[in-house]
Design a binder for this molecule. Structure first.
Ligand SMILES: [Zn+2]
Length: 464
């Protein structure tokens, strides 16, 4: 299995230029191909699109055409162009006329180098450059999370004004000691949601609830910040066609940085949530996860729910969970989740949508956690939707509660719904928290339960 980790680059202002230079040179390769093809079109020649053809053309243009960018790096751009062209051609031949061939020029294009052309040495990676120039050593903000011999490719990219190196490695599927491997006969159901990104119901009445309230709060605080920032600068926004001031450029730059940080924070929390589910499933020896696929929800026009639903990022939640589960040797199957959160598991009657988290049936006396009940029903469903003989629903009795995004600002020890930290300045997102470890679950301060009851007459403070 291939996994990719995105590691930030540590650069001094002087080191930024050659690294951005590589991305800019790669950005020159793309319009070069476009230009060449425009010429060919005018001469009524077939366009150059096959990867081999493009590489031959690159070799003919000689070394040093693209400044410090080496052949391997330039070829990776050609590969991407060729793939994009053929993907568009395939879609168009299938009748989708909205598919366009690549035609936009881009300033910065990410560059990829494959196995054997680069060297990984702890926190440093040696990237090849054009012949005659000295190779580039880049410093990473943390160590590459994979053993050096498993790394297959590295990609230099820029996101939100920051440089990253995406390291892709071939990771073997986990091998377990005999008796501890996931059992394919043990099935757990997973319900995806907004407040609880993952609610899991296991086979023996065990359940897991991952709370995503911190993620939701991060979305809300980010939205409030964005709005107030926009309001503050609205009066000096340049008119269309007017050249923006330097101050405006700084504002735009700041916006990009904040957006990038918000995206990274949410992504990290989603990964933590999925890691929690997979670790739990491994401990429970669950071999198969039945995941309710709610993607039909997005097709319904929901008016004001649109932003919330978009922020949910179901596709990402599904993919992250599938990746981690596959790596742990657990199979993920998508099942139809229709009706699971509105059907009583005891009497199979229809239950009106509850306002809170508790589902109580008006027909019988059943009541339970809405997401866990849905997860338990999902566990009994079969992929393909052909479940005519409903299996008995095993409701979770023992529920483990976990929170995703404990590193997020405002997520304290006891706050369920993080707010802006009281000491933070207006518009600021609060103090910075350390990044969680690479392995997975957050190591931000653990929740501490104060159960130190004082006996009568005991002093609250110690005399010095
Ligand atoms: Zn009922």
């Amino acid at each position: 299995m291939h996994r990719t980790a995105c590691v930030a680059l540590r650069v001094t202002p002087g080191q930024r230029r050659p690294r951005f230079g590589l991305l800019r040179s790669a950005g020159d390769v793309w319009p070069c191909v476009l230009e060449a093809n425009a010429w060919r079109r005018r001469r009524h020649d077939a366009p150059l699109v096959a990867y081999q053809q493009l590489c031959r053309e690159l070799a003919a243009s000689g070394p040093g055409t693209f400044a410090e960018l080496d052949t391997t790096g330039a070829r990776s751009v050609l590969r991407r162009f060729s793939d994009a062209w053929f993907a568009a051609a395939k879609r168009r031949s299938a009748g989708d006329l909205s598919a366009r061939f690549p035609r936009r020029r881009r300033g910065l294009v990410s560059v990829r180098w494959y196995h054997g052309t680069f060297t990984v040495d702890g926190c440093r990676v040696r990237i090849p450059t054009a012949r005659g120039t000295s190779p580039l050593w880049v410093r990473l903000a943390r160590e590459v999370p994979y053993p050096a011999e498993q790394v297959r490719s590295v990609t230099l990219l820029c996101e939100g004004g920051r440089l990253f190196l995406a390291v892709t490695a071939e990771v073997p599927v986990t091998v377990y000691p005999p008796g501890e491997e996931p059992d394919p006969a043990r099935v757990a159901g997973v319900d995806l949601g907004i407040i609880h990104p993952y609610a899991v119901a296991g086979p023996d009445g065990e359940g897991l609830l991952v709370s995503g309230r911190a993620i939701r709060a991060e979305h809300r605080m980010h939205l409030a910040d964005t709005k107030s920032r926009r309001r503050a600068v609205a009066h000096r926004a340049p008119k269309p066609g007017q050249k923006g001031s330097r101050r405006w450029r700084q504002y735009r730059r700041r916006t990009r940085l904040v957006e990038g940080r918000h995206r990274r924070r949410v992504r990290q929390a989603q990964h933590e949530a999925a890691r929690t589910v997979v670790s739990w499933a491994v401990r429970q020896r669950v071999g198969v996860l039945h995941v309710g696929d709610p993607r039909g929800v997005l097709a319904i026009p929901a008016g004001r729910h649109n932003l919330r639903l978009r922020q949910w990022q179901i596709g990402r939640l599904l993919q992250v969970l599938t990746d981690k589960a596959t790596l742990a040797g657990i199979t993920v199957r998508l099942v139809d989740e229709r009706g699971t959160s509105s059907t009583c598991p005891a009497c199979r009657g229809r239950v009106p949508k509850p306002r809170g988290r508790t589902l109580s049936c008006p027909h019988c006396a059943f009541s339970g956690h809405r997401d866990l009940v849905a997860a338990a029903s999902i566990a009994t469903r079969v992929p393909g939707g052909g479940s005519t003989t409903p299996a008995a629903v095993v409701l979770p009795q023992v529920v483990t509660h976990r929170r995703a995004g404990r590193h997020l600002p405002g997520a304290g020890r006891s706050r369920r719904d993080p707010r802006r930290p009281p000491l933070a300045a207006r518009g600021s997102v609060g103090p910075r928290w350390p990044t969680p470890p690479i392995g997975g679950e957050s190591l931000a301060q653990q929740a501490r339960i104060r159960d130190t009851y004082r006996t009568p007459g005991e002093r609250q403070w110690k005399p010095h």
